[in-house]
Design a protein around this ligand. Sequence first.
Ligand SMILES: Nc1ncnc2c1ncn2[C@@H]1O[C@H](COP(=O)(O)OP(=O)(O)OP(=O)(O)O)[C@@H](O)[C@H]1O
Length: 676
Amino acid sequence: MLNLLARLKALNVLTDADFYFAKLIDEKQQGMAYDAAQQALAVLLAALVHTAHLQGNTCLFLDQDLERNPFGLAYRTVSEERDYLLEIKQKINFLPVEKWQSALAEHMAFTGTPQQQARPFVFQHNALYLYRVWQDEQTVADYLKSAVKKNDVFLAHDAEDANNCRQTMESRNPPFFVPVEKARNLLSRFFAEKKPETDWQKIAVATALIQPFTLISGGPGTGKTYSVARLVATIQTLQYEQHLPPLRIRLAAPTGKAAARLKESLEASLVRLDLPPAVRETISAESDTLHRLLGVRPFEDSVRFDVYNPLPLDMLIVDEASMIDLSMMAKLLRALPSHARLILLGDKDQLASVEAGAILGEIGQFLRYDYSPEFAALLHELTGERINGSSNYHNLRHHLAFLTRSTRFNLDSSVGKLAAAINNMQAKESWRLLKDSSDIPLAEFVAPSNEVNARQAYRHRYLRQLLQSAVENYQDYLKLIPKDNMPTAAQLRQIFRAFNSVRILTALRAGEFGVENLNRQIAEALRQKELVRFKHSRDWFVGKPIMVTQNDNNVKLFNGDIGLYLGDNRVYFETGDGYKSVSVNRIPAHETAFAMTIHKSQGSEFEHTIVVLPPDYSPILSKELLYTAVTRAKPRLSVFASEEIWLTAVKKPIKRQSGLGILLGKVDEQIENTSN
Ligand SMILES: Nc1ncnc2c1ncn2[C@@H]1O[C@H](COP(=O)(O)OP(=O)(O)OP(=O)(O)O)[C@@H](O)[C@H]1O
């Protein structure tokens, strides 16, 4: 089997890392009394599960699809002479997938009882995991199950209740309980505007007030930060009014840029709340990256805060949670003290993390359930909002809030409608919207026949038109850069405003329409128009935009930060309240940023977003990718696409294999069992 895998590696069906991982397993099993088919199966599964993990899956479902189509071999011709699929089947003696687990029951590298035996590979609920990934998924599932089970809601309806709560919570420092009437009054004050429809923001805050874990999901501008400002204000006001110490509330986000945005937007929301100074001074909008919060040691997998040394906090609020991968989420949950509350903010419909896991999407699925009548009544008591409960409820639903009304783009605007159609996978409708909306310029490319020369000419035309658009859109900020002197603060403001107003987003990293080539081509096109000057586009040239790709605490630059080289060996960056310049020698790893990938654009918005889809099919295209791209537009959007590629992308949701949904699906069942 290993020789066969080596051949498939040479044909780029699997990566070097997949192969060497399988090779390691093969070396370890030498000398053991396994027959040839068992050995072949162990090596095959090692390569398959590793490939699946690199593609973002937390596990590999052992089903007919996998049996029929390992490594996607059923859908591709990798060789005219050899039938690799058949050879794989021969090597494992045509063993059907249902028997794979039992065939490896005695194998030293596999276990079906990971709670008792730690082995590299874990069989669970008809799926195969890498042990570490299985552990992480268990951590997340266990946390959510216990959050759902926890009867930790201390509500006080009168003075006697309040006294009881105080006594019960005496050992807790600081104690926290919710005096219902006071909380109701505060919520009415902070959400004073009477709305004709249900106020889901108010309900989100009430939920987070009483639950140990809450996910507040919503698209861009739906008021997630607005709600969090009111949550924090409600909690600290309640503590203050009851002469209790303030809760230690910390804020974090997966990237430095997202943390800075959270701080800025929370501060703006808090200012408008007009809180008494004694309460205001208990609230900090300081936000950390998750790496910094947890004390992740660079180049190691270890962290400063963990289950033995929990984070010193009572409540943690994490923004842009869709970007958190499974491994980071597990680290976070292990470091969370058992009494602490966790609030995740994010958009469940956006792209999932680059690394394995799609946690927000999976938890978000429970939104399809209703509230129980009791929980609906409790929310009504706190908010005065009419909410329906039903017997089709799920306890996890009581931890979810979903905000839909965006103040940033009107749902009836073209971009709003387009985003909704993409999200609902209405491919034809979304294309119709694109073609008919006068305010979304569409550069439509009509693909010619498959004749090689015709396709080349087509790609060439596509690229030329895109470069023309790049020159038109980027010339404004370049013309604002002073020629002979360093920019003043006022000039910096103008330059950054013009630069930030437009961005080209592309789906791919590599290839002709990938971000690397587009950046080179755009720089060259700008040089030809004498808007920039360089010998090689790799060099620092005045006007060059860069995106930092590595965190560097020393210079306070973080993955995703965007800067402009403006001469004199200095790159300028925006800091919430001004600008800073950093010498080129101290800039951490970075790439040019005329164009950026849609993945990297998560958490950013641009007045004018130009979305470029490749002219040919790529497996990376998905409806989540398009949704993320078009919701960056605030509010102007332009699109370069062919109908065929657009339709294919909208029709393809990302399907990541993971056992979290299965584990969480049992939440209610387990509660019933324990309460019986
Ligand atoms: N109920 C409301 N009444 C008035 N203004 C609101 C309301 N909700 C949100 N806003 C305003 O809408 C804007 C966007 O809100 P906010 O930044 O909280 O959204 P968000 O969901 O956190 O956005 P993002 O996706 O960018 O993180 C802010 O200016 C906020 O003050």
